[in-house]
Design a protein around this ligand. Sequence first.
Ligand code: 4AZ
Length: 873
Amino acid sequence: MNCYKWAEMEALFVADCYHCKESPAKGTGHLHSAGDILEQGQTKDMNNLDEGVEFLPAMNSKKMEKRGPKRRVVAAILILAFLLISLVTGLLVWHFKYRNAPVQKVYNGHLRVLNWEFIDAYENSSSPDFVMLAKKVKSTIEDIYRSHPDIGPYHKETVITAFSEGSVIAYYWSEFLVPKYREEKLDRAMADKQSLIQRLNPRLRNPTLKVESIVAFPADPSIAQSARDNSCLFALHAKEGEITTFTTPGFPNSPYPNNARCYWTLRADANSIISLTFKTLDLEQCTDNSDYIKVYDSLSPVEPHALVRLCGNYAPSYNLTFLSSQNVMLVTLITNKEGRFPGFKAEFFQLPKTKVCGGTLRGESGTFTTPYYPAHYPPALDCVWNIEVPSKKNVKVRFNMFFVLEPGVPVSSCTKDYVQINSMRYCGERSQFVVASSSNKIAVQFHSDRSYTDTGFSAEYLSYDSSDPCPGKFACNTGRCIERSMRCDGWQDCVDGSDERSCTCTDQQFRCQNGWCKPKFWLCDNVNDCGDNSDELQCSCGNNTFKCNNGKCIPDTRTCDGKDDCGDGSDEGSCSKAAQSTVPCKDYTYKCRSGLCISKQNPECDGERDCEDNSDEDNCNCGTRSFIRKSRIVGGQNSEVGEWPWQVSLHAKSQGHICGASLISETWLVSAAHCFVQMQGIRYSDASLWTAYLGLTYQNKLSDANVQKKQIRRIISHSGFNDFTYDNDIAVLELQSPVTFSSVVQPICLPDSTHSFPVGKDLWVTGWGATVEGGSGSTILQKAEIRLINQTVCNQLLSNQLTPRMMCVGILTGGVDACQGDSGGPLVSVESSGRMFLAGVVSWGDGCAQRNKPGVYSRLTALRAWIKQQTGL
Ligand code: 4AZ
């Protein structure tokens, strides 16, 4: 029977195949099997297979007609059965292999035991008291789990890790093995605090433990693994009136371990809170899976109580102090399988838990800050300051520093930490801003939630006359007061630009199309000063022409043709990638070590292989800072330690700091030639007169451990230095012994002579020079951001005193400049790769910081060949 059926079926296939469009040749195999079937059914055509091929359809046509519908039904049933079996098999495979595959899940949690008193022994997890209570809590948790159908069947293990006060808070982790398709239900059940509690208390009329506030959060399963491993677990308790220090294992002599999970549980006495400070912190640079530290406002590593995630390194002045809301804190260090980094040194102490913020503030003016400012404010805090100034006045609040940032919270919503005034919420990082009230009262509300804290704010409140909100000053529409001289000066000083609206331009200014008044010097200088480019329109070169950096116009067709049509090489500088291939060498083309030239502008140390021999990326260990995260607190223009690691202070015997210099290698410095000319009978050209200090920020901390002090072997001043015109104002100094590069001592990159620093570019100048003209030098290294000025414009301003070895950099409205004592120091440019290059050396100026009198700098590109000649660098 079976045989027949198969035969019948195969015959059907044959018949079907006859109707298909396959050529007879292709169908041979089928036809052959058709012959086999015929053998059983009809023997008539056995002898002639070829005929069989021909006649099969005709011979079977009647039979087909008769049996056709039946056969088709059977076949369809069989196909359906086959598909059904496949489907069921597939479903079973999916169910058992994927949907039903057990997933390991770990939750970290804590609960409160109401009817229990905390005793000191609970701090020690091996004490009998701890073990006894842990057993009780564990069985309570297991009871709760067991009673829940979405939890009970999958529970594997629960471990009580710690207890803290209140009455007793128990911290634990629970491990589950759950089929994938039940995972979501388990997550939901574990997140439902109410349901968990309800399941326990009604069932037990007299429970040994009365528990409430059960919270649990999914954790990384590796936590379960590491929780069983005590090799990197430290329990510390603050001592009354003492600071406790702890470090990563091996710090500072050896790197912290790889693949580690380290935990430091920090505790303080009841009714205290903890202040934790990282004194030094140097971890792997931050990436998605880099090593990191996380600090929790809990003894359980749960995300809703995380205070901060730290990785990389921080400048010493960056504030890394964190406060807890209770008497416990947890510090975790999670490391990956590679890297060798020093780790951290931290200290903590306890503080009494008292109300630390808010209240009523009275008087004409005053200041207030978030608690413990500039430390990170504690989590879970609400403060209200009710400010009241004399009744006939109005009040405004000025936030001078404002850092209320939570990762992932948009400043438009301010759903977590915020400041609220008159139902308006403020959060994120903001520059100075003012909120004014139209009465003599204002209420400032501050809220921090349970997770992620920041440094907070520092604010002042001021009373003002509503008819004259800024006595002697200009009032921005935002309420901020600025100097009257800033009104209509061409620079936006009010954040809303209200200081530059409705202005009448002076003789020295022109009117931009957007109504702003700008100094006439900025017309046609190739920089969009108006913001709408209208200062550059009247001087544009017209259709199909290219505007050179020096203002010249050339036809578009002459750009990137290998010829310097502009005269400054700018038409050959920014050619497409295809044109970056080898070109004939010109003054403006970069020469690779092979002697071949490329047309790419500024190819040095940009991270791309531009020369075939990669020589453009050689000697690129320069121009970077070690500290990535800078302090946000240090105000003004003070530099931070390590911010300018190439800055050198040159001290002359018994005179202290005289000039600046820049470190360009382990043994060479670049400075200004005019620092070493004989004056008042002193031979400043004598190398033995000088001492170089490297890694220095504070002139009063010359003997700091990080500072390197070096004698000078020789001073080479440019033979073309002219002490009347200051042309070629450059010198190189060789150190007696090489410096050791460190986080605060690093060389600056030297630009190739073809390097282009475009007009208008922001550059940084640094030094300990005078902070006002004729004043004394600064103790703290100062920094200023200034702009490169068009050579022709500047030559007009400085009565044609510029040579091609000089360039002007400054702010023409005045106020920002280098000054006496900054000479010889660096002027640096931050390139798009982030690397910094030496663009100039502080040389001279007509006074300091005066309007329309920018500072003059030795132009490094013009003097690059001389440096190479003298130092080989
Ligand atoms: C100086 O005397 C000096 N404003 C350096 C720079 C400037 C002026 C004076 C630029 O060392």
